[in-house]
Design a protein around this ligand. Structure first.
Ligand code: BGC
Length: 661
């Protein structure tokens, strides 16, 4: 164990200042004189984007690209996120990475955000639960994480300057709650302060949220790092508790030292930041494993398993799916051959290999006809491509049409302007469905799209951005080797205009008002009775589940009593399948304005045909509480609360009520 206090006392002021910024794009600074090494960070989060330091050009090393967060969130599977984290941790060790820059747990305020694919959900409970497991998984390997982007970084437009103006209640209930859970339960080694301002103050300089809330209130023990280039004032950042500014910032280290000399910055504040950097380096060095290796083939297989556990079956009229391996099937659409599997920007991974659905089907000995339908790059089509697509659909018993958003539609650094698919893709759906009524559509996109054609295909499978093995997972599901079990971790509105942030989303000048407050995603749609295309939590299976016997441990309680809830779930179909049991709490109209219902627990279970399992949950005060902005604390009001077991955010299956006295 390093004597950090002793080291601190031996550092010169200039050396201390230097420790609070990066050496280059990824490394923290070393102080050779005292044997202080550096910690190495790398993007992620759904794979490694690690530079090869042995090469002069530092080229990115190929790494396995796992499904993006939008996809893994749809698994609703804590264990899977843990397993993904463990695998990423192992890969970090093999690539010499000490801190993986993720997970991204920002709340999806609008379907337009260009980085939605990197984030889990519109629901803070779900995002917090999955983020917790991801962090625990990575860190179980002796590797750190960087929980990002802290916080309310909900758009890419003017992300470096805009202020997210949010009321206190929405900050606590929506934008901070996921961070709070991950910090309290998993203690990420680092947290990344976002680019944007919050109510007028840059996140990196926001002493209240970093020092008061994160550190004092939640007990965060790790280091706060700026998003890359997010520090505008080195002195202000140190005062606020942003310990490390990334990337390299050599010239401004001098200003930090000068500020201490002139008395503008207390040396104590600088020492606190240095101490945290030194602790990070210590942890990094301790976690390293010499000659660590990772098995890329095995990881590719894992990526397929994770995707198959996450894809969401949105429609399956007349049981078109699963297809039979002996059916004469046409795969139409360039994404069948070369799938869109990840989004653009800092999370972009140089994959080790790609499995498209066409390749996977052929490898499994399934004979499929193929037509490209559109240009993979631009997403456009022409009469020749349409003719081929229609012909392929006509010549087959069943058609599967792979469409979605081209790469240029979704990337860090920009937001979408609309929720539409390319017109060529919409046209293909109409033409192919007209040529063959037994058509299934497979979607590749990182965020919801409008589906003006939803009545035409018999089946729709949402494959999101499923990572480098996504085609394998699609074939597993399309042909029934895997029973789909993904559930949407976000609502699909019918039109963009239905989204609660629609009127204010990009903001005015540099101010972005979050006027919808706590009514984000399904909290709005359900409360407003605004019909959606697919609700949060929605997803079909090849089997059916029956729910019964909802039991509550008590019917009356104080706000501090735990509430035991259990329910029986039976697989009444003919296929083994997984169900996501969702528990929502509905509060009766009291003093506080509340959403109609809110997700407070979930569990993913596997059931064989005829099998019944009892699922049990324990609810604590927080499941009933709202943030009281007058008293500045969580409060569970007295009154009745519905405990609702739901199929999704819209469909309640069983309900019982409990009274808080
Ligand atoms: C992104 C972060 C990323 C960092 C390093 C920033 O632009 O917002 O998510 O980790 O760059 O690449």
């Amino acid at each position: 164990m390093t004597d950090i206090k002793k080291l601190l006392s031996e550092l010169t002021l200039e050396e201390k200042a230097s420790l609070t910024s990066g050496e280059d794009f990824w490394l923290t600074k070393a102080v050779e004189r005292l044997g202080i090494g550096s910690a190495r960070t790398s993007d992620g989060p759904h794979g490694l984007r690690a530079d090869d330091y042995s090469r002069e050009d530092h080229a990115t090393m190929p790494a396995v690209c796992f499904p993006a967060a939008v996809t893994t969130a749809a698994s609703f599977d804590r264990e899977m996120l843990r397993e993904l984290g463990e695998e990423l941790g192992r890969e970090c060790l093999a690539y010499g990475v000490d801190v993986l820059l993720g997970p991204g747990i920002n709340i999806k305020r609008s379907p337009l955000c260009g980085r939605n694919f990197e984030y889990f959900s519109e629901d803070p409970y779900l995002a917090g639960q999955l983020g917790e497991q991801f962090v625990k998984g990575v860190q179980s390997q002796g590797v750190g994480t960087s929980l990002k982007h802290f916080f309310a970084n909900s758009q890419e437009t003017r992300r470096f300057t805009s202020s997210s103006d949010i009321d206190e209640r929405a900050i606590r209930e929506i934008y901070l709650a996921a961070f709070e859970n991950v910090v309290k339960k998993a203690q990420p080694w680092t947290i990344m302060a976002s680019y944007n301002k919050i109510n007028g103050t840059y996140s990196t300089a926001n002493r209240y949220y970093i020092d008061e809330v994160l550190r004092r209130e939640w007990g965060f023990e790790g280091l706060v790092v700026s998003d890359w280039g997010a520090t505008h004032d080195r002195v202000g950042a140190i005062e606020a508790g942003t310990d490390l500014t990334m990337p390299a910032e050599k010239h401004s280290d001098r200003w930090v030292a000068e500020a201490v000399k002139s008395g503008r910055l207390s040396e104590k504040a600088l020492d606190r930041c240095c101490e945290r950097v030194l602790r990070l380096v210590e942890k990094a060095e301790k976690g390293r494993v010499k000659n660590a290796e990772c098995d890329k083939k095995a990881a590719h297989a894992l990526a397929r398993k994770f995707a198959a556990n996450s894809l969401v079956l949105l429609k399956n009229e007349g049981g078109l799916l699963p297809l039979k391996k002996t059916d004469k099937v046409a795969f139409i659409g360039a994404f069948a051959e070369n799938p869109r599997l990840q989004g653009g920007g800092s999370s972009h991974i140089r994959e080790t290999e790609i499995t498209g659905a066409l390749g996977a089907a052929r490898e499994a000995g399934i004979n499929v006809i193929y037509a490209a339908g559109y240009d993979r790059g631009s997403g456009e089509t022409d009469e020749g491509l349409i003719r081929e697509a229609v012909e392929a659909a006509r010549n087959a018993e069943k058609a599967v049409l792979f469409i979605g958003l081209p790469d240029s539609y979704e990337s860090e650094g920009g937001d979408r302007k609309h929720m539409r698919l390319p017109e060529a893709h919409n046209r293909l759906v109409r033409e192919v469905c007209a040529a063959n009524p037994d058509t299934a559509v497979v979607l590749h996109n990182g965020s919801p799209v409008e589906m003006p054609w939803i009545d035409e295909p018999k089946a729709v499978l949402e494959a999101y951005l499923g990572g480098q093995a996504v085609g394998g997972a699609e074939v597993d599901i399309l042909f029934g080797d895997v029973n789909p079990s993904g559930r949407l971790a976000e609502s699909f509105p019918k039109r963009l205009e239905d989204n609660p942030s629609y009127l204010w989303y990009f903001g005015e000048g540099d101010r972005v008002s979050y006027n919808e407050s706590i009514f984000v995603g399904y909290r709005y749609y359900e409360t407003k009775k605004q019909e959606v295309l697919f609700p949060f939590g929605y997803g079909l299976s090849y089997t059916e589940f029956e729910y019964s016997n909802l039991r509550l441990g008590r019917s009356e309680m104080t706000e501090d009593d735990p509430l035991e809830v259990s329910v029986d779930v039976k697989n009444v179909g003919k296929t083994t399948g997984k169900e996501v049991v969702q528990l929502y709490v509905a509060s009766e109209k009291g003093m506080a304005i509340r959403p109609v219902r809110e997700l407070k627990e979930f569990a993913k279970i596997r059931l064989m045909p005829g099998e019944t399992k009892t699922v049990s949950f324990t609810l604590q005060k927080r499941a009933f509480a709202h943030w009281d902005s007058e008293a500045h604390c969580w409060e569970a009001e007295r009154g009745n609360y519905g405990i609702q077991i739901c199929k999704n955010a819209h469909k309640v299956i069983l309900e019982k009520s409990v009274r808080i006295i």
